[in-house]
Design a protein around this ligand. Structure first.
Ligand SMILES: Nc1ncnc2c1ncn2[C@@H]1O[C@H](COP(=O)(O)OP(=O)(O)OP(=O)(O)O)[C@@H](O)[C@H]1O
Ligand SMILES: [Mg+2]
Length: 265
């Protein structure tokens, strides 16, 4: 029903990790999630192939040629469709954005990431223009420190606020356990079956809280989109349908009138 796209032209900014965290958290809450791995490097499909799984979660491959139909098909079968993309600003990214309810742009606090975030924001703006509706987006700061607010991070957040760029209040913190779930092809919840050191057990619990906060903020954003009459994407679809329906109806009316006036004559 809702389509969430993780996009950034910057590689390694945390798209796949954040997409996996969100997907597993939503699936844990009983929501049916299809995670589309449209990155040729197929990190998430690899995770699944190596045994990674969660109830209510299905990971499927896609590419530029099929992304539109894959999203539309998955949307019918799932509560959430989450799309993970290549670190690029290619056609596949643009197509996925065009069908999204929300584009999440992960970013690390670095000058390179800021430049690529702006590039991705520009792509969202261009796509919005191209399809004639405003695509909702939000920047997600990733791999930040849970307690240390660096100068760079503060400057980045100030700049986002100053430029009225929407961003998540939740940040995905840098944690070794998030690398472990990829290495061991497991989820944060299932990580407990592995022998963890005490500090890893604490980190796992904190990462679960962090992931729950992230999912809650995503759900809040999606709910706010739906509150506006209908989601913007549905509004465009409805408008297009109304346009299509209107034409034949108008024709019928004219022909009825013509018949009536003919009869009167
Ligand atoms: N919050 C985090 N804590 C610790 N490590 C992380 C975190 N987020 C990502 N990483 C690590 O950083 C690396 C890049 O992350 P990830 O693969 O999620 O980025 P990406 O944007 O999907 O990259 P690409 O563009 O290459 O697909 C991976 O090794 C991942 O394990
Ligand atoms: Mg990736």
């Amino acid at each position: 029903m809702s389509v969430i796209v993780f996009a950034s032209s910057k590689g390694g900014c945390g798209k796949s990790t954040s997409a996996l965290l969100l997907s597993t958290e939503l699936a844990y809450r009983g929501l049916k999630v299809t995670l589309i791995d449209a990155d040729p490097n197929a990190a998430l499909l690899g995770w699944q192939d190596d045994g990674g799984k969660a109830e209510n979660l299905n990971i499927i491959p896609s590419n530029e040629a099929n992304i539109l139909s894959d999203i539309e098909k998955s949307e019918k079968e799932s509560d959430f469709v989450i799309v993970d993309l290549e670190g690029s600003a290619n056609l596949c990214v643009a197509y996925a954005m065009s069908l999204s309810d929300l584009v999440i742009i992960p970013a690390k606090r670095s000058k390179f990431d800021s430049k690529e975030t702006i590039k991705t924001l520009n792509l969202v703006a261009q796509q919005s223009k191209a399809i004639g509706r405003k695509i909702s987006y939000s920047v997600l700061m990733t791999q930040t420190h849970p307690s240390v607010r660096s100068e760079g991070l503060r400057a980045t957040l100030d700049s986002l606020t100053k430029n009225k760029i929407n961003y998540f209040h939740t940040e995905i913190y840098e944690r070794e356990v998030l690398r472990l779930i990829v290495d061991k092809s497991t989820t944060l919840r299932d990580l407990k079956i592995f022998v963890l050191k005490p500090h890893q057990m604490i980190a796992r619990k904190k990462a679960l809280e962090n992931s729950a906060d992230f999912a809650a903020e995503v759900l809040e954003k999606i709910a706010n989109l739906s509150k506006k009459k209908s989601t913007p994407r549905k509004a465009v679809k409805k408008k297009a349908q109304a346009k299509n329906n209107k034409k034949p109806a108008a024709k019928k009316k004219t022909s009825a009138k013509t018949t009536k006036s003919k009869r009167a004559a």
